[in-house]
Design a protein around this ligand. Structure first.
Ligand SMILES: NC(=O)c1ccc[n+]([C@@H]2O[C@H](COP(=O)([O-])OP(=O)(O)OC[C@H]3O[C@@H](n4cnc5c(N)ncnc54)[C@H](OP(=O)(O)O)[C@@H]3O)[C@@H](O)[C@H]2O)c1
Length: 244
């Protein structure tokens, strides 16, 4: 297994939820993390909460909207962030409305954040990894990418796009030493799901009887980051919900 000590990780959505849990676990393994999100102060307190291995290590933040290429261009030209060994694309927004009731603005922001933002992340970071002849991309999709969901048509479409993107990249970049994998979480306890299981009806649908924990998704990301033969993995982490 590859050690994460000294590895440079860029984590979108790293200020909260699943992205932050991945950053915490990777930092605890000795990785240097750059957290990306829109809100500067949430990013700063998230970065401050990460473990540091030795006094020299510092984590970074970059506040920008992942759906806008300018933010990525600035990031890749930042001289203190030249290397990137692991890119985690976890920034995302959800949807809870039937398609005919979904505003044009919500359609656009769901696709542009979840799918286009992930495409930009890969497009801008892959050249760095190709130059190094190594790297690992971990895209965070969703179980809804393969199963769909009522009131989640645009979200599911954005996440299915991420699966297609990752599989195509696996073809494109493997020969340059870059691995690409995608996680398909089920329902995980975060801000995104805080109102979804108030009376336990959602938990009752899940074979393991509960929502997942962010740390459990982070563990799956760690496996993908460390296993040198993990490439084109489409990894469910859903408490068995995909079996139903
Ligand atoms: N929670 C679940 O049950 C679940 C299940 C399957 C998949 N997922 C996926 O897992 C990922 C993380 O979800 P989560 O539950 O951890 O969500 P969360 O707690 O709501 O966190 C979302 C993160 O994304 C960032 N973000 C949102 N829009 C952004 C944008 N346009 N540009 C940059 N950063 C942006 C947020 O920071 P700012 O708001 O400050 O920008 C925040 O850091 C998402 O892609 C989500 O679709 C979640």
């Amino acid at each position: 297994m590859q050690s994460l000590a000294g590895k440079r990780c860029f984590i979108t959505g790293g200020s909260r939820g699943i992205g932050l849990a991945i950053a915490r676990l990777f930092a605890a393994q000795g990785a240097w993390c750059t957290l990306i999100g829109r809100d500067e102060s949430t990013l700063t307190s998230a970065a401050d909460s990460l473990e540091r291995q030795g006094y020299l290590q510092s984590h970074y933040t970059a506040a920008f909207d992942v759906s806008i290429p300018n933010g990525w261009e600035k990031l890749v030209s930042d001289t203190k962030l030249q290397a990137c060994d692991i890119l985690v694309n976890a920034a995302g927004v959800s949807q809870n409305s039937l398609l005919f009731n979904t505003s044009k603005c919500d359609v656009n922001s769901t696709i542009s954040t979840n799918l286009t933002g992930t495409i930009w992340g890969c497009k801008f970071i892959i050249p760095k990894m190709m130059k190094q002849k190594s790297g690992c991309i971990i895209n965070v999709a969703s179980l809804l990418a393969t199963h769909g969901g009522r009131g989640a048509s645009v979200y599911a479409a954005s996440k299915a796009g991420i699966v297609g993107l990752t599989r195509s990249l696996a073809w494109e970049v493997g020969r340059f030493g870059v691995r690409a994998n995608v996680l398909l979480p089920g329902y995980i306890k975060t801000d995104m799901t805080k109102d979804m299981d108030k009376n336990g009806e959602l938990s009752a649908l899940i074979p393991l009887g509960r929502l997942g924990l962010v740390r459990e998704v982070a563990d799956a990301a760690l496996f993908l980051a460390q296993n040198p033969y993990a490439h084109n993995c489409v990894l469910n982490i859903d408490g068995g919900l995909s079996a139903t």
